[in-house]
Design a protein around this ligand. Structure first.
Ligand code: CMC
Length: 391
């Protein structure tokens, strides 16, 4: 009833009240539960930041240990899930496989659909944190034809990510601590971003009281698109293309500005940030540091810097407040760390997981109504049905 306000893409509509993430697009401010992203990325660890997002406060040493222990309880994935993985072609995109496997978790954990009390909520949270990490890495193992790895209970969460991804049966594997800490930082930077497309999807699906796995699976699908998380893969492919073709960055800028060309400068622009994306600032600095520490010289980084500079000086980009976003430099670090390009968006998903969980939990705890936007109908008025011989 009443007047319906049309707002395509929800550019000006608030969908909920939230205590989780504060974002000021004009000033380039991002805070999780009141803590600045700069400080969290500098001093925090991914699991404690996850705890902060999900439960509202930074954990004490004891609380953090308990959280890690409880996550570990759920890092075994049902063996039958492997049959599902085997059914995919090796060439399948890991994001598609991840979405399907996350949804399949519902079949093996039917109880996790109901969260009627705090205990069940806590269990659902730990289960998702545990199992999602393992299946996310399995999508890569599958694509490589490598045997699947298991979580090592004596190691930390992010170190386990590396082991699950890269350890081979042929010998011992000790991931470089520099790489572990870089990945930890990247996960923190991706951990939440208020009502973005995938998070809104998770809340929307969850608002029908679909379970956490089903909601997260939908979030993975939303994240996959190149306008959202899929941009990190698209950025690197674009930079590689510039490198191999030897094209001028100007050619790409011209393409991005051409309204008859669907091409957009990947990793540029943001719905909310109109001055700069604070995550991009941190990642750009981290890219320099990580490459220097690992002794990696990547011509792609130079191309990215050149492209960024040219875009920032360009009238079209200036007039539209288009700045590099989180996805612009993250792929360069991932590449230096040995993460394959088609796993970049999966990295984003692992990082975003605590944010999705926190938002889903908040939505359930606030007893939000089912998400159900309205529309303005622009189709035919009433007309009569004619049998097919008269059409
Ligand atoms: N290259 C060229 N033109 C652009 C770009 C770009 N990357 N981004 C926006 N524009 C133009 C757009 O054509 C429009 O121009 P005009 O006013 O002349 O029609 C104007 O800038 C405003 O763009 P919009 O599409 O109305 O803005 P939006 O808020 O709907 O879209 C966006 C935001 C992030 C989807 C968009 O900037 C984009 O497609 N960027 C490239 C993809 C990308 O890097 N995505 C990652 C986003 S950040 C992390 C994440 O969410 O995963």
């Amino acid at each position: 009833s009443g007047v319906i306000t049309l707002d395509p893409g929800y550019k000006n509509s608030g969908s909920c009240k939230s205590e989780i993430t504060f974002l000021d697009g004009e000033l380039g401010i991002l805070r999780y539960r009141g803590y600045s992203i700069e400080e969290l990325a500098d001093k925090g660890h991914f699991l404690e930041v996850s705890y902060l997002l999900i439960f509202g406060e930074l954990p004490s040493t004891k609380e953090l240990e308990q959280f890690e222990t409880d996550i570990r309880k759920y890092t075994l994935v049902n063996e039958e899930m492997k049959n599902i993985i085997d059914g995919f072609p090796k060439t399948a995109h890991p994001m598609g496989v991840l979405s399907a496997l996350t949804s399949a978790l519902t079949a093996f954990n039917p109880k996790s659909v109901n969260v009627d009390n705090e205990k069940e909520m806590y269990e659902a949270v730990c289960k998702t944190m545990g199992k999602f990490l393992v299946i996310a890495t399995w999508t890569y193992r599958k694509s490589m034809g490598f045997p699947l790895n298991y979580y090592d209970n004596t190691k930390g969460y992010v170190e386990n990510f590396m082991r699950l991804m890269f350890a081979l049966p042929t010998g011992p594997y000790t991931p470089d601590p520099v790489i572990i800490s870089a990945i930890d930082k990247l996960f923190i930077l991706h951990a939440d971003h208020e009502q973005n497309c995938s998070t809104s999807t998770v809340r929307m699906v969850g608002s029908s009281h679909a379970g956490l796995f089903a909601s997260i699976s939908a979030g993975v699908s939303a994240l996959w698109g190149p306008l959202h998380g899929g941009a990190n893969q698209a950025v690197l492919e674009m930079l590689e293309e510039i490198h191999t073709s030897g094209a001028d960055t100007e050619t790409y800028l011209a393409k991005a500005k051409d309204k008859n060309d669907p091409f957009r400068l990947m990793g540029f622009g943001h719905r909310v940030y109109k001055n700069f994306d604070p995550r991009a600032k941190i990642i750009k600095k981290a890219a320099d540091e990580v490459l220097a520490t690992l002794g990696v010289e990547d011509p792609i980084l130079e191309i990215a810097k050149k492209l960024e500079k040219a875009a920032l000086e360009d009238e079209y980009f200036k007039a539209r407040n288009l700045y590099p976003n989180v996805d612009f430099y993250s792929g360069i670090i991932y590449r230096a760390l040995g993460i394959p390009t088609d796993m970049f968006t999966v990295m984003f998903a692992i990082g975003r997981l605590p944010g999705w969980i926190a938002q889903w939990k908040e939505m359930r705890e606030n007893k939000e109504p089912i998400g159900r936007p309205r529309q303005i109908y622009t189709g035919h008025p009433l007309r009569d049905f004619k049998s097919s011989d008269k059409r």
